[in-house]
Each structure stands twice: as structure tokens, then as C-alpha cells.
Design a protein around this ligand. Structure first.
Ligand code: IVH
Length: 726
């Protein structure tokens, strides 16, 4: 236990200064003294927390803060009765939640009416004035792009936090919310009501988001994944990250992700204040974080000025906003205006348009996908949009080019919404110089085969499935994918390199790769073919080093244990998705029976229709595919269903609880869950003292491992688990 006798607390007993050691000091405390000391420490910590996270005006060092916290932790360990859920020690993570309870909201969580235009805003203002028969004063606020939360306080203590859910009921995430340091657990002195609800938005700062994503990328790189695959796995935006975080089962994990929250609405039964603005100022005094960018506006012009200012300045904020919220300030007037079924009539949100920029459309090129689908791509003169340089945009299909009447050499408007791939929204016709409409390709840009277009579809296809390189590469990329054979030491970049070097031409060739063939192999990487890589665009040469090669070979070896149904899906047969693959595997049990099935036998399987059966029959008939299957067989892959997967019901695991963590070779997590449940056990979400087993696969989180080890929980492998089932 660590204490720092030099940190003075208000009202601190004098004996502190002469204690021989902190341990002796604590041991010598009686219960009453400990209680008083803990209350002092908690008050002090709450105050420092408020100064740091709400006011951004810390008045002690991080070290001193940690010392106070450690002292309180030690006190609570010695006097467990002093522990309470709102103690500052809970900020780093309280009890995990297995299943989030769904609870009814005290007041429904409504949404807001949206507008993108000044005209609509003017009309809304006119409706408000008409409804009231007098002018209204407004409060303009930022519209935070996070997730809304309702917080309930009783006697100054946070007692419950609910997500929005469907607006009527939401998930209880109180323990997780306790880790958000800008949300007070105990209110500061003030005239707060004994029982009230307050609402706000939880969000993640851009810097936190970038840092967490950077760390994740590093970890994945360490594991030997290539850049394309890494990009794929990173979190897409701070809102999604925040939302996923709030539903983590272990508050300690939430604490590490440093969420933040602004408060924007207070529900009061008796009218304590006349205006919304006053209520926000009071909330600030009670300890809540209220945005300083909140302004009382008396006219539409003032509102417009607020909007215009933030439309530009929002990029300088450290967090995302997607608009401005305008609320009638006076509570009397709010009441008079009331609600529609879905939203208050006294508030509206003005949403910012996605950022857009004009640039030159230099060239329209074409990509060929795994299925032969052609995607036209706009190659642009690089332009900076919402902080990133945009060089390409998807044009979707021929119809889209026609709809926009796009021509090479046009000046086009590019927009970037929440997504990574930007899109073209229009053409500046005044700047047009090219008199010729764009002519869409009729033949595959890669293999020259004439394109086809199915009736009623907008996409063009290259039908040359076997002879067209991008399709062949795409199929192998699909084969190694996470939901298929999960060879995550390989990525699209490497597959393309190996293909172009002539080392692989279909998925079965992966199993004849050797260390000698791969070691020091050099190939060129050309990210300009990817729509998803706005940055780091340069062409480069990659050379496979020992570590990567070993990872690749280990990944390929491991994939031999993947169950039949996933292998069937991995083959990339048209219309054979995961569900169909499962049905086929279950029905035919092995590849030979499936390959010799007639149309009638195929369509006899529940939910396998004519079209799927036709695709399958055509696939089976091709000699190239027969050769692939033969090679996969020789490599020892699972081409028949595992007999023990025929779901038997036993009570072998009766009463036992399991936490499943990580990635497994022979079963998916869902399959493991089903096996546990079919044999009388229970699969639960988080580790606690009472857990029986941690079923651990690859890449299990270090936190879980540590926790299980600390609590002496047996950690078992997939093989151990299978042995338990006999
Ligand atoms: S007021 C009845 N104020 O926007 C009051 N909402 O589209 C309703 N939001 O679900 C909410 N910033 O999550 C309000 N300053 C702000 C807001 C805000 C973001 C979110 C909130 C709500 C959504 C409505």
C-alpha cells in the first residue's frame, strides 16, 4: 500500500504527520476514523477529478492524485464496508456486467427534428412564434456526434445510467458510465433536487480515437498482417468506437478508453428555473460538464451566425459534431409548444452538410471484383477533404456515371460523409470542356472478355471467371478471409504479390507454399487499385522476412483444421454464402457426396433453390474445381463434417460456466457456445470468482488472461474442451 503523508487534506487529523509508516498509520485507525478519512479522501478526489476533467484546471499533479486514490483503495481494502459504487475508486472499473438489463426510461428519449436549410429553420421559427403568439428566445448548442445517455441521481448520487435503446427502454450501463470521469458520481454542493434525471451525449475525443487505433494497428502489424487487412480491422469513427465501448462487459476496459460526456438537458418535476440556459448553468455548478459553446440567441440572424461559425470551426474541436441544436429557452414556452409523437416542437437540429470540395476528374478507370463485378472509379486530382487527401472515389456503376453525366476532364464535387470512401455528388457544368459523354467499357479491362449485364441489375460483369486475374486473386482473398479459412497472417496485398509471382493461381496452391519459396520473396504493392486507402498511397516493394514467412506458413497449417462448412463457404461458389454452406455440409456430410449430387438431390435440401443448385452443379462440373478439391484433400483439409458436431445433448458440462475468449481453429465461437449449452453448461460474458473455465483460443485479450490467472480460474484450450466432451 502506498500513501503520501505530504499531501494535506482539508480537516486532516494531525496524527497523519507523525505516522511511522503508512501501514502502521492505517492499522492504528479505528472504523470511525477510517470512515472519516475515506469521506475526506473521496471528497478531495471528486474535487480534483472535477477540476481536471470538467474544468480542465488541475490543481495537483497526477502523482499526488494517484497517491490519494491509492490511499482510498487501501482503506477500502482494509474496511470493506466503506466501499460504495460511487467511490472514486470505481472510476477505474467496478463489477463487470454479464447481460445489460433493459429498463424503461422515466421520460421517453425522443429524437429531434432535422433540417439542413435556412428556409426550414425560418419556417420552424415562424411555427414557434405562431404557436406561442409571441417571440421566443433560443439557446444554440453544439450537436455532439456520440450516443445519448440518461442519468438518474438520487440524493446527489448517480444511481442509474441508461442508453437510448428504442427511446422507451434502454440498456443499463451504470457501471461503465461510472468510469467516465467527467460524469459526477457524487454531486457537488448545490440546490440539486433529491431525485432527477439529466441527459447528455457520450463521445470519444479524436485524439483518443487516433491513439487507440494507432495502437491497434501496431499490434496487428506485429502479428504480421498487411496494411490492407489492418485498415479493414481499425475502428471506423469515434462514434462507433464510443458506442462499442459503452457495451463492454468489463468497466475496466471502458475506463481505458477515456470516454467523455457533455450534458445538454435537465428534467425537473417542479420548476426550479425559468429557462433551459439557467438549468445548464446550475448543472455546471453541481459538477456536470456543459459545453462552453452554448449561446443564447435572440434572432434568426444570431442563430445563422452561430451555425456559420461552427460549420467552419468544428474541425478545430477535439471531437466530432454533426450540427447545431436550437432550443426554445423559456420553460413556459417549451411547455406550451409541447411535443409531436416523436420529438419536441420546441427544439430542432440543424445538420451540417458533409464537407465537399471541387476537383478535377482526371480519369475514369475500372476495378474487377471477385465475382467479376465491374466498379468504375474516379481518379481525381488530389484534394484535401475533412483532413485527408482524396485521390479516388467510387462511381458505383454505369448508371451512376450516366445519372451524373460525368466526363473525364470535368470539375466535380466530392463529398465525404461518415464513411471512408468518398463520393462524387455533381459536376460544375460551367467549367466543362469535354464535349463527349463518357463511353462505358464493353470489355473487361483486365482480360478483354466482353462484359455481361443481368436483366434488372445495374452492375456489369466479366464472365471469364477462370481466366481473369482480379477475379482469381479476389477468390483467394475471399478464401483466406476471417469468416472463411481465417488465415490472418496473409492479406490481400500478399495474395496479389504471390499470384503475380506465379506462386499461387488458386486457393489450393496455398498449401504447397514452403519456407524456401517465400523467404526473401519480393513483390510490388500497388495500393492505387484500392478505393479504401486515401493515405499511404505510394507504390512500394515488399520483401517477405523470416518472421512473416513463419507466420504465413503457421496460419496456412492451422487453417487445415477449419470445419467443412467454412471450407465450403471459403471456396467462393456463387450464391453459397455461410448459411447455404452450413446447410449443404449438414445435409451431404462430405465433399464427395456433395460433388456427386444431382440437381434433384440438391434442390431437395431445405431452402436450396434452383438457382443455387444450378450454380453448384456448374461449379462441380468444372475440371479446374475438381482439381482444387483434390489438392485440398491431399493437403489434409477437412472435407467432411466432424461427427462430434452432430449436436448431441448430454449433461457432461452440467452446471459449469465458461467464458469463451479469442479465436479458435476447429470451431467458431457460436459453435462452441452451442456445444456448451447442448451439454448442460452455460457460456457467460465475463470473468468472476465463480467462473469454472476460461476457454481460451488465440489472441485472447491480456486483460482476460490476467484476470483469470489472478482468480485462479482454470484456462483450457479447444483441445481440452473437446476432451471434456469425450
Ligand atoms: S437535445 C428532448 N441537445 O441528438 C431533447 N440532443 O437527434 C432531445 N444530441 O438523441 C435532445 N447534441 O443524442 C440535444 N446539444 C444537444 C445534442 C443532442 C447531440 C443528440 C442526442 C439526440 C439526438 C437527436
Amino acid at each position: 500500500m502506498v500513501c503520501n503523508p505530504n499531501i494535506k487534506l482539508k480537516g486532516q487529523p494531525h496524527r497523519w504527520s507523525f505516522s511511522l509508516s503508512n501501514l502502521i498509520y492505517l492499522r492504528s485507525m479505528n472504523e470511525q476514523e477510517a470512515k472519516e478519512r475515506a469521506a475526506l479522501l473521496a471528497a478531495e478526489l471528486n474535487q480534483h477529478n472535477y477540476r481536471y476533467y470538467v474544468l480542465s484546471q488541475p490543481s495537483i499533479s497526477d502523482y499526488d492524485f494517484d497517491m490519494l486514490l491509492k490511499e482510498l483503495e487501501a482503506l477500502e481494502a482494509d474496511f470493506p464496508e466503506l466501499r460504495n459504487p460511487n467511490s472514486p475508486t470505481q472510476r477505474v472499473g467496478g463489477e463487470p456486467t454479464k447481460d445489460f438489463r433493459t429498463l424503461k426510461h422515466r421520460y421517453p428519449m425522443l429524437s429531434l427534428g432535422n433540417t439542413y436549410s435556412r428556409e426550414e429553420l425560418m419556417e420552424w421559427d415562424a411555427r414557434v412564434q405562431k404557436g406561442l403568439g409571441e417571440v421566443a428566445e433560443y439557446v444554440c448548442e453544439l450537436k455532439f456526434d456520440g450516443l445519448s445517455i440518461s442519468l438518474n441521481y438520487k440524493d446527489g448520487q448517480l444511481v442509474q445510467a441508461l442508453t437510448r435503446g428504442d427511446g422507451t427502454q434502454g440498456d443499463e450501463v451504470t457501471n461503465n458510465v461510472r468510469t467516465i470521469k467527467s460524469i459526477p458520481l457524487t454531486l457537488q454542493n448545490g440546490n440539486w433536487p433529491a431525485d432527477f434525471e439529466i441527459r447528455g451525449e457520450i463521445f470519444m475525443h479524436r485524439s483518443t480515437f487516433d491513439e487507440l487505433n494507432r495502437k491497434l494497428a501496431e499490434e496487428l502489424r506485429e502479428k504480421g498482417l498487411d496494411e490492407d487487412e489492418i485498415k479493414e480491422r481499425l475502428y471506423k469513427n469515434p462514434r462507433n468506437f464510443a458506442s462499442g465501448t459503452l457495451k463492454q462487459q468489463d468497466p475496466a476496459d471502458v475506463a481505458k478508453r477515456s470516454l467523455d460526456a457533455f450534458i445538454y438537458f435537465l428534467y425537473l418535476e417542479n420548476r426550479m428555473f425559468d429557462t433551459h440556459y439557467q438549468s445548464l448553468q446550475a448543472a455546471k455548478e453541481w459538477g456536470f460538464k456543459v459545453s462552453e459553446h452554448t449561446k443564447v440567441c435572440k434572432s434568426l440572424d444570431e442563430i445563422y451566425a452561430f451555425i456559420d461559425y461552427w460549420d467552419v470551426e468544428r474541425h478545430k474541436l477535439g471531437f466530432e459534431i454533426d450540427g447545431v441544436v436550437i432550443k426554445v429557452n423559456n420553460y413556459h414556452q417549451q411547455e406550451e409548444l409541447g411535443f409531436t409523437a416523436k420529438m419536441p416542437k420546441w427544439a430542432i437540429s440543424y445538420k451540417f452538410k458533409s464537407e465537399s470540395a471541387a476537383t478535377l476528374l482526371e480519369k475514369i478507370s475500372y476495378q474487377v471484383g471477385r465475382t467479376g463485378a465491374i466498379t468504375p472509379v474516379a481518379n481525381l486530382k488530389p484534394v484535401v477533404l475533412a483532413g485527408t487527401t482524396v485521390k479516388r472515389a467510387t462511381l458505383h456503376n454505369a448508371d451512376e456515371i450516366e445519372r451524373l453525366d460525368l466526363r473525364e476532364g470535368d470539375t466535380v464535387f466530392v463529398e465525404k460523409g461518415g464513411e471512408i470512401i468518398p463520393k462524387i455528388t455533381g459536376v460544375d457544368l460551367e467549367k466543362r470542356t469535354n464535349p463527349n459523354p463518357h463511353v462505358y467499357i464493353t470489355h473487361c479491362p483486365d482480360c478483354g472478355t466482353q462484359l455481361t449485364r443481368n436483366e434488372g441489375e445495374v452492375v456489369n460483369y466479366c464472365p471469364n471467371e477462370d481466366g481473369c486475374s482480379p477475379q482469381r486473386i479476389g477468390k483467394i482473398v475471399h478464401f483466406i478471409g476471417r469468416r472463411a479459412m481465417y488465415i490472418d497472417s496473409l492479406g490481400a496485398e500478399t495474395i496479389e504479390g504471390l499470384y503475380k509471382k506465379g506462386l499461387i493461381s488458386n486457393s489450393s496452391d496455398l498449401y504447397s507454399l514452403t519456407f524456401e519459396k517465400l523467404h526473401k520473396l519480393e513483390f510490388d504493392v500497388d495500393p492505387s487499385t484500392s478505393l479504401r486507402l486515401p493515405e499511404n498511397d505510394e507504390q512500394r516493394t515488399r520483401s517477405l522476412q523470416e518472421k512473416s514467412v513463419n507466420n504465413i506458413l503457421a496460419g496456412i497449417e492451422k487453417s487445415k483444421q477449419i470445419p467443412f462448412e467454412r471450407l465450403l463457404f471459403a471456396l467462393g461458389i456463387r450464391m453459397v454464402g455461410e448459411t447455404v454452406a452450413k446447410k449443404l455440409a449438414k445435409h451431404f456430410k462430405d465433399i464427395d457426396t456433395l460433388m456427386s449430387a444431382s440437381m434433384e438431390e440438391l434442390t431437395a435440401v431445405h431452402e436450396i433453390g434452383e438457382k443455387i443448385a444450378e450454380n453448384l452443379t456448374a461449379w462441380i462440373a468444372a475440371d479446374t474445381n475438381k482439381a482444387i478439391i483434390q489438392k485440398l484433400k491431399e493437403a489434409g483439409l477437412k472435407l467432411q463434417i466432424a461427427e462430434d458436431e452432430n449436436t448431441s445433448t448430454t449433461d457432461k458440462l452440467q452446471g459449469k460456466t465458461f467464458v469463451i475468449s479469442g479465436v479458435f481453429v476447429r470451431h467458431s465461437r457460436d459453435e462452441l457456445k452451442a456445444l456448451i449449452e447442448n451439454n448442460g453448461g452455460r457460456s457467460i460474458g465475463s470473468i468472476s470468482k465463480s467462473l469454472n473455465y476460461l476457454l481460451a483460443g488465440d489472441k485472447m485479450g491480456p486483460e482476460k488472461l490476467k484476470k483469470a490467472t489472478d482468480l485462479n480460474i482454470p484456462i483450457i484450450s479447444e483441445e481440452d474442451f473437446e476432451a471434456m466432451l469425450g
